[in-house]
Design a protein around this ligand. Structure first.
Ligand code: SF4
Length: 86
């Protein structure tokens, strides 16, 4: 495993995101569609900045969480990898 944030690397990302979503009460329009969510996650999985399969090196976020938000952004310094998805 790469060196990095131990807290992020040791969590079960899928379970943690489920826990976070249950605590949040998003209003209509605050979450992207399942198709956009899947496309964003696919971009992350193909990105060298994804650490431990869960965390973005550039922002420290669990990508499964950030990618669900309508106003979530990809912080890639070279330009967003989510731009223009669907
Ligand atoms: S830079 Fe963008 S595409 Fe890469 S892991 Fe971070 S959020 Fe995902």
């Amino acid at each position: 495993m790469e060196a990095g944030c131990k807290g992020c690397m040791e969590v079960d990302a899928a379970a943690e995101v489920e826990r976070l979503w249950k605590r949040m009460k998003l209003r209509e329009g605050e979450a992207v569609s399942d198709a956009v969510y899947a496309a964003r996650l696919a971009a992350c999985e193909a990105c060298a900045a994804l650490q431990g399969g869960s965390t973005c090196r550039h922002c420290g976020c669990l990508v499964r969480y950030r990618a669900r938000l309508t106003d979530g952004v990809c912080p890639c310094p070279g330009g967003s990898r989510w731009e223009g998805l669907l």
